[in-house]
Design a protein around this ligand. Structure first.
Ligand SMILES: CC(C)(COP(=O)(O)OP(=O)(O)OC[C@H]1O[C@@H](n2cnc3c(N)ncnc32)[C@H](O)[C@@H]1OP(=O)(O)O)[C@@H](O)C(=O)NCCC(=O)NCCS
Length: 213
């Protein structure tokens, strides 16, 4: 069932009421609009969104998988226009992967920030501390959005290096005051390194708890 999650703005001017921009979870009726939204992304944007220059067939299968789990996605509709933005979270075991895209004509109006905020809420509901994003290290726009929102951002300064950079976001009471309490947006490329760091510290704390006899 389609439900309206967020209403952006209403304009009542001289007695006229204009339709408002809204965000909904997707339904099967959105299949073509979703495919068109992704096909309209430039080659660079497709790489940033999907991690590689995906084909039209790949886009159709992504849309099918979005529609299989509509509660993990959010679409921003602009009245009388194509889709303005799409956010999709997918989960593999404990790993959460975020895909986010805003149509080029709709950028710079806060839609990306709003969808990222929603993605954070989705992650918090699942008690996920790290959300991965493909190609985050090549995406300064996305890193800026995350940092402005107070998230930790883990990325690698160059592709051949797996060293983490963790510039702390600004204090955001909504996300927790201490850096370690805040959700981290991390480059998918760093998933293995982050997992091994997490495994190492889990082992250390398990060792500490071993009885001494
Ligand atoms: C990254 C991306 C999602 C950002 O979307 P967006 O809707 O333009 O994001 P916002 O509008 O929230 O923020 C963009 C800029 O507009 C500014 N802005 C936000 N609201 C604004 C408003 N109401 N008026 C003017 N500017 C505004 C923000 O401060 C931000 O400024 P900055 O460039 O200095 O950081 C979009 O560029 C995109 O889809 N890129 C391609 C795919 C991609 O990179 N996806 C992310 C990885 S999956």
């Amino acid at each position: 069932m389609k439900y309206f999650a967020i209403a952006f703005t209403t304009h009542a001017l001289a007695g006229k009421v204009f339709a408002m921009r809204c965000a909904t979870s997707p339904t099967k009726d959105d299949f073509h609009a979703l495919v068109e939204h992704f096909l309209a992304l430039s080659p660079r944007d497709r790489i940033l969104r999907f991690g590689r220059l995906v084909s039209a067939a790949d886009i159709c299968s992504t849309v099918e998988s979005i529609l299989r789990n509509p509660r993990d996605a959010l679409l921003v509709h602009e009245p009388m226009r194509d889709l303005a933005g799409v956010m999709h979270m997918s989960y593999k075991g404990s790993i959460a992967l975020l895909g986010l895209s805003v149509a080029s004509w709709a950028r710079g109006q806060g839609i990306g920030s709003l969808l990222l905020q929603r993605a954070v809420l989705f992650a918090q509901l699942r008690e996920t501390k790290i959300v991965y994003v493909r190609k985050l290290s090549s995406n300064p726009e996305m890193r800026r959005l995350a940092q402005r929102m107070g998230l930790n951002v883990a990325w690698s300064p160059n592709a051949s290096c797996t060293q983490l950079e963790l510039p702390l976001g600004t204090a955001n009471p909504f996300l927790g005051r201490r850096g370690e309490d805040r959700l981290t947006l991390a480059d998918k490329f760093l998933c293995a390194s982050i997992n091994s760091i997490a495994l190492g510290s889990a082992r250390k704390s398990a060792d500490k708890q071993l009885p001494l006899n």
